[in-house]
Design a protein around this ligand. Sequence first.
Ligand code: TXA
Ligand code: MG
Length: 322
Amino acid sequence: MSDELTAAIAALHAGELVAFPTETVYGLGADAENPDAVARIFAAKGRPADHPLIVHGAAADILDRYAVDVPDDARRLADQAWPGPLTLVVRRSARVPDAVTGGRDTVGLRVPDQPLALALLAGFGRGIAAPSANPFGQTSPTCAEHVRADLGDAVSVVLDGGPSRIGVESTILDVTGPVPMILRVGGLAAERIEELLGADVDRVAVGPSRAPGMLAAHYAPQARVELSCAPGDTREHVAAALTRGLTVGVIATAARSEFAGAVTFGPVADTDDYARNLYVHLRRADALGLDVVVAELPPANGLGVAVIDRLTRAAASRRGAQ
Ligand code: TXA
Ligand code: MG
């Protein structure tokens, strides 16, 4: 076992915080069974205490340790989709402290598909409660440098597993009701979940059709995010921003697109590449101090659904140039 991993496990036993890679985004972890350690996560992130945390485990037997009344659907999905980017919301067992769930009687559980994360979880031997390792409301980190920049001081150890393979957070599926319900679209496409279950799932309604004020401002960079559905649309957004004297970047989906006066991010090769680099591009825009990022939307299938969801929420943020 590497020195880093040994130090991370010792830090978790001591009730300290450890940042670790997952295939989706980096997590800010603490011993899920230690309420004082869990409280440190909320303090480090500036996160409201009623936002529940996901408990991560090394294998599907976390369902036995941390859940009760586990429905067959959840067992089936755990068998087939774990390790992987799926969080199952199930009824919690008495082992899960109130601090993790904000007092709810359900808990989100997930087995991440990342070797270093699995080694950490197996070595620690208990669940690790972990939100994404970013200050509340901001973009999630997809590499160790992001975490060090955002939360370095609060974390005892940052495990570096390289860039996250998927780049957007896990899909959250609530299996406590009569029909499984997607609470957050993410790394596992709804189509795939339906295929595994052999049945339809519901999805909590969010999206561009809602008034921006109705959307939780989240996943947001400092720059204002504007959504574009086509290159012509992008040119209009860029021109409008430049006219107002603002600096502007474009996350481009078409290989040959160039926008005079704007910094181009990408072009993204495909939807998976878009997901993997979404937060990288948004963070680079902030590093460059850009006022506006015009994001061309990917097709609404596969990971594109999660990318559109995150960009829509980022665009609904009140932060950035007005
Ligand atoms: O990919 C991911 O899910 C990453 C990595 C680190 O695993 N984690 C992550 O955690 O994105 P966080 O805390 O940033 O987002 C978890 C979301 C929150 O919106 C929270 O409200 C929701 O999951 N959640 C957690 N437990 C829940 C529960 N019992 N019921 C409903 N929502 C829950
Ligand atoms: Mg988060």
